[in-house]
Design a protein around this ligand. Sequence first.
Ligand SMILES: *Cc1c(COP(=O)(O)O)cnc(C)c1O
Length: 459
Amino acid sequence: MIHKTIIEPFKIKSVEPIQMSTEAQREKFLKDAHYNPFLLSSDQVIIDFLTDSGTSAMSANQWAGIMNGDESYAGSSSWKKMENAVQSLTGMEFILPTHQGRAAERIIYSHLGGKGKTFISNTHFDTTRANIEFSGAEAIDLLIPEGKNPAQIYPFKGNMDTGSLVKTIQEKGAKNIGAVILTVTNNSGGGQPVSMENTKEVSRICKENGILFLLDCCRVAENAYFIKIREKGYTDKTAREIAVEMFSLADGAVMSSKKDALVNMGGFLALRDNEIADACKNLLIITEGFTTYGGLSGRDMEALAIGLEEIFDPNYLEYRIKSTTYLGEHLDKAGVPVMVPIGGHAVYIDAKKLYPHIPVHEYPGQALVCELYLKGGIRSVEIGSVMFGKYGEDGKLIPAAMELVRLAIPRRVYTQSHIEYVIETFNEILATAKDVRGYKITREPKFLRHFTSHFEKIS
Ligand SMILES: *Cc1c(COP(=O)(O)O)cnc(C)c1O
């Protein structure tokens, strides 16, 4: 018999209690956190969908690896395992371990960046953009138009607009392009996959123009699974084979291993070019650590090497993508405006559509994030004008392209009944949508303001 119910392909050996709370308690918690869920403490949260980053549950095998960690300063055997795992997946020779993705980003983009340089991506993730801009360079997003319309069904909404890519290279001059970066899957744009065809085309354009082509490969396994089920010619390939092919098209890769390597901390930079790798190794040693550990403990590297294998388990990947889709499709059926098709690691909600009465400068996404917390103790993140908004010369807000809220699903952490609870909470969100008000920012830092900004409810 073929079962319809997708069960978690794992059993639970160790549990972590959830602190329950009432709506009245959460009212106070949220006010004390200045209406910014990043400032809540985790025991005030029931279901934490803030991020899928570093929140994975490790396997028994990974925990066993933790005990096997070799903590030698130089030449640790755990480093050898990590280096082998990353080399065999990426096919790249030079592997630099870092404590997380943004450390690898800081190293590569401070080397390639600087004033006058331009970086082009399908969508730069927030830390990627911040690191590029911090170097003095500019970051341009060239997503295909289908990717910008939350309601449009399209199999690869993470694809780069290659026509605009060619035009932008001509305008800026190839020598001024620091790198072209494909983010797979496209996190900020909806957790949407990039096709192999698009990757090949981007790779070809970069080669033709002598431009460095990098993968931001945090979710390369999830992206590979989408290619397997959606792209012609890939049905019979394994997700790992597909990922290997994708890496073969790139000159380098940056990974936050807190995503598809199933660890709580870790990252790397992988490169083919000896000279770039040497320059980056200097920065690595100055700011992260020696080349055989970066910012990582031996045990972290051991767990990372194991996680990078486990992530390509076909049963896991099927469960992962189908369970995210289950949440998204049930919200869709209930009438919640979700971004379709559902992405790999998260469900994105179009807050502008849910709250048409809240103007963008009053942050409809922030309003939904606060409502989800109040009604269900669910923590989510705004991906809209709080995260990506800018101010014009006149001091007015230049809003983001979309006002989304992301429910990011930690890997192997929540079960089906947790998901049913979230769906139930959304029914209440829908019923009370008309009465919800917007927010104003009362305090904000210069970079990555969504992390620490304070808000006030507009009365
Ligand atoms: C998480 C993430 C990063 C940054 O990695 P950290 O480990 O959080 O520093 C970069 N790019 C993408 C696409 C990400 O999802």
